[in-house]
Design a binder for this molecule. Structure first.
Ligand SMILES: Cc1cc2nc3c(=O)[nH]c(=O)nc-3n(C[C@H](O)[C@H](O)[C@H](O)COP(=O)(O)O)c2cc1C
Length: 146
């Protein structure tokens, strides 16, 4: 009984989760390229996928992976001095990844879309993630607003 309770709690480590946060960037061009290179180098080994969305000095990052790996990376990223104003918007269990093909995609969006994505993430509207994924796949936004 107690062994299976412990097993169940330990099994949570392997649950697939998605984490979304917003932060203010303290870096520019070449430093951003170096940061992205770090993501692409490290994330496959950690089993992390996701997207880093930029708008005029703001980041919105989606991290996907097992609860154990996302938690471990999240602690590292939160302490990174290259950004501030860190705000966790969403942490949820997911049945499958939205960004399975991307170790860390990178996109730049306008102000309206950045705010919309952040709000959708905060209000747990899954639509936001599939809209970003469609943009990565097809190069255009699904709606006509921008
Ligand atoms: C906005 C932001 C997003 C980041 N995303 C990732 C990431 O997806 N994967 C990663 O390994 N490091 C990421 N980092 C960097 C980590 O904070 C840390 O510097 C890095 O993991 C250290 O890697 P290293 O030990 O290979 O140098 C991010 C940092 C910032 C500021």
């Amino acid at each position: 009984m107690s062994a299976s309770f412990d097993d169940s709690l330990l099994a949570l480590d392997q649950q697939l989760i998605q984490l979304v946060y917003r932060s203010r960037s303290l870096i520019e061009g070449p430093e951003y390229d170096a940061l992205l290179a770090t993501c692409l180098r490290n994330n496959p080994g950690r089993g992390i996928t996701g997207v880093l969305v930029n708008h005029s000095g703001w980041f919105l990052q989606v991290l996907e992976g097992t609860a154990a790996s996302v938690n471990a990376l999240f602690k590292i990223i939160e302490a990174d001095p290259r950004h501030s104003e860190f705000l966790l918007l969403r942490l949820t269990a997911i049945p499958s990844r939205d960004f399975s093909d991307w170790s860390m995609a990178s996109i730049t969006v306008d102000k309206r879309r950045f705010l919309e994505l952040a709000n959708h993430a905060l209000h747990a509207e899954d639509e936001a993630m599939s809209v970003i994924r469609d943009f990565l796949c097809y190069g255009k936004w699904r709606d006509s607003k921008g």
